[in-house]
Design a protein around this ligand. Structure first.
Ligand code: FES
Ligand SMILES: [Fe+2]
Length: 366
């Protein structure tokens, strides 16, 4: 069915608004629009362990595999990390297939060489070509930013990193130390039969916690669960029951006085940063077409003494509980009987906000 994608709108008044219609979660044209207009212009987390740390090291990777499949190269030029296209500007050869410490970037097809920042250094066969090199003969450079152990990349513009990330930094800089250990054992990958946006919808409300997560629910003081919105995402702040682990927050912190058990930060579109007294667990959501989603977990620990206690315990079980409900919604929103729902105004502000950001972003020029 041909649908008018530009006609999609979410009422700003949450009490009156209807949710995204069911078809949005299963429409190839809508997904193609996100791939064209939204995902290339938003910030995404680098999902791999391999990290260039010394001059000349380079790691090939794919941005949003399954959706963008954009071949990129993370490099270290001695001073800083950089992210450039891994696609040769001559005939489109993907140049680097394995991590290496080769120094500059060399295309094996016809011998072009590029610097680690993407500058074209030499191009055999083009010595007499007029108007060469043009700007587009250098490698495309993506924007890159680091926060703690996380590396964010934006392929082509959109919001400036500082503005997008500021609300998260303001809240988390004081609770996330500079130094932490990556925990490979706590960093599994998951896959489910559901649209990526359904996974986000579910993440963005604590409304389901008492119904779906009995273990997590037992650790939380449900009476003080908060959701706060900001331009590029939202925070959910969960408070601990009296004997459960909580942050000790300095007087200057906006949440001083609360016994915070967990911060759940979501950044549009695919980044989730969960911070507990023991450390941080990051979910990188990777849309795989309309009906499948991969989630890469990355866990970083700074206080192992509270690991597997409180809100940050048993994350694997919580993930499976979430996947089960998300997959059931994926089947349900395709029903001929389902059109769209309404938002519970007290509990689903995060979901409403996501839908509004998504619809606005989908209208960006292609
Ligand atoms: S494709 Fe790279 S030099 Fe020809
Ligand atoms: Fe959940």
């Amino acid at each position: 069915m041909d649908r008018d994608l530009d006609a999609l709108a979410i009422d700003p008044d949450i009490e009156r608004a209807q949710t995204l219609p069911g078809w949005v979660y299963d429409d190839p044209a809508w997904f193609a629009r996100l791939v064209e207009r939204v995902f290339p212009q938003t910030w995404h987390l680098y999902p791999l362990d391999a990290m260039p740390r010394a001059q000349g090291e380079q790691v090939p990777w794919s941005l949003l595999p399954g959706a963008l499949d954009e071949p990129l190269l993370l490099t270290h030029d001695g001073a800083a990390l950089r992210c450039v296209s891994n696609v040769c500007t001559h005939r489109g050869f993907v140049m680097v297939e394995q991590p290496s410490s080769a120094g500059g970037i060399r295309c094996r097809y016809h011998g072009r060489r590029f610097g680690l920042d993407g500058t074209l250094c030499s191009a055999p066969g083009f010595e007499t070509s007029p108007d060469f090199p043009r700007d587009c003969d250098h490698l495309h450079a993506a924007q890159l930013h680091r926060w703690r152990e996380l590396t964010f990349v934006n392929f082509s513009g959109g919001a400036a990193f500082e503005a997008w990330f500021r609300p998260v930094a303001q809240r988390l800089d004081a609770v996330v130390p500079q130094s932490m250990s990556f925990d490979p054992a706590g960093s599994p990958h998951y896959e489910m039969n559901a649209n990526w946006a359904l996974y986000c919808d579910n993440y963005l409300e604590g409304f389901h916690i008492p119904y779906v997560h009995p273990g997590l629910n037992a650790a939380l003081d449900w009476s003080v669960y908060r959701t706060e919105l900001f331009a590029g995402g939202s925070f959910q702040i969960a408070s601990a029951k009296p004997d459960e682990p909580a942050f000790s927050l300095p007087k200057s912190h906006p949440d001083h006085g609360l016994r915070v058990a967990a911060y759940y930060a979501w950044l549009f579109p695919c980044t989730m940063i969960n911070v507990y007294p023991w450390g941080m667990s990051v979910n990188i959501v990777l849309p795989q077409g309309t009906r499948r989603t991969k989630v890469v977990y990355r866990r970083y620990v700074w206080d192992a003494s509270t690991l597997e206690r409180g809100a940050g315990a048993g994350l694997d079980a919580v993930e499976y509980e979430d996947e089960a409900v998300v997959e059931a919604c994926a089947r349900g929103v395709r029903s001929r009987a389902y059109q769209a729902g309404r938002y519970a105004p007290e509990h689903e502000r995060g979901v409403h906000h996501f839908h509004r950001i998504l619809v606005a972003a989908s209208r960006a020029p292609a």
